[in-house]
Write a protein that binds this ligand. Structure first.
Ligand SMILES: [Zn+2]
Length: 312
């Protein structure tokens, strides 16, 4: 190799080295961009794991769905748009036999057991399909025969049993067996000291004090004529409001004071009612006395009779 050849060789090595350096640099930059994307993806994964740990996947997802659907599920009842099922949590808990919060895994497990027993996909998620199934079950437990009470089946309850101390005598009729069951139920509620109900000291058998509002009767037997009058006064009440064929005709439906505005279906009012101790006690105990709820109205309880109810 002569001097010229050596120079040429050095020249080409220098060029090759420069190209290599530029290429390596560019590659390093591409790597940096890639790393940055990787970091972004990594953050998303941190917020919402794509591959969750085995314990948190199947078990916690229904609980998270329930936490959301509890307030956000869109459904309809009586042609009225409804949002969430939080107002029915006490009734749902009783139906699926759990004391756990809707956002808990144990609630989801109890719900899945109920779904399986009722012939559904046991998803553990309280979606609209499951809610409608629950409503069918609740509604199916109510009074079916709405034949109006005959005068001989009714008695006039004393004014002390009523929420409105000026309620007219003709509006204080109650079916006889229903009234007896109501009085037994009130005696049990008064004896339950944790409810804090004011009792009438003059009565050895548990009775509510005159000043106590809880569990007093707001409305009992209604004649067709009286129901029509109520409907005329409240023309906007749909099927979820004042029924044309009301169970109150039988004298076996009682509207009882459970808190808040006595008979107001607004969600904000019902949210107050379903949290009162008295309402929660009714949900757990009314059936022992033959009373069953109307899920949509926390105050409305129907006497279905002892025959249909297992003794405690
Ligand atoms: Zn009612």
């Amino acid at each position: 190799m002569n001097r010229f050849q050596i120079r040429i060789t050095i020249f080409f090595i220098a060029i090759a080295t420069s190209i290599a350096v530029v290429w390596l640099d560019a590659s390093a930059n591409r790597g940096a961009v890639k790393d940055a994307r990787g970091a972004t993806a990594g953050n998303d994964e941190y917020l919402e794991p794509i591959v969750p740990s085995p314990q948190s996947s199947s078990a916690s997802q229904p609980a998270k769905r329930n936490e959301l659907l509890r307030t956000d599920l869109n459904w309809t009842f009586g042609s009225k748009q409804q949002r969430g099922w939080y107002l029915y949590t006490p009734l749902i808990n009783r139906l699926i036999d759990t004391k756990h919060e809707p956002a808990s895994r144990r609630f989801a497990s109890a719900l899945a057991r109920w779904q399986k027993k009722s012939g559904h996909m046991p998803s553990g998620v309280l979606d609209d399909e499951t809610l409608y199934k629950m409503i069918v079950e609740w509604q199916g437990r109510r009074i079916k025969d709405r034949t109006p009470a005959q005068p001989g089946q009714l008695l006039t309850a004393p004014i002390s049993d009523f929420y409105d101390p000026t309620r007219a005598e003709e509006l204080r009729s109650v079916e006889r067996n229903t009234y007896a069951a109501y009085k037994r139920m009130v005696a049990a509620a008064v004896a339950e000291r944790s409810l804090g109900l004011a009792r009438n000291p003059k009565r050895p058998r548990g009775e509510l004090a005159a000043g106590e509002k809880y569990l007093k009767i707001i409305s009992a037997f209604r004649s067709r004529a009286y129901q029509e009058k109520l409907r005329r006064e409240s023309p906007n009440s749909g099927t979820a409001g004042l029924a044309v064929n009301s169970p109150h005709f039988t004298g076996r439906a009682l509207d009882l004071y459970v808190g808040g505005d006595p008979v107001d279906t607004r969600d904000s009012n019902r949210a107050i009612q379903v949290q009162t101790r008295v309402y929660l006690w009714l949900v757990r105990n009314a059936e022992r006395f033959g009373f069953r709820p109307y899920f949509y109205e926390p105050w409305h309880w129907e006497y279905v009779g002892k025959g249909a109810v297992a003794r405690p």
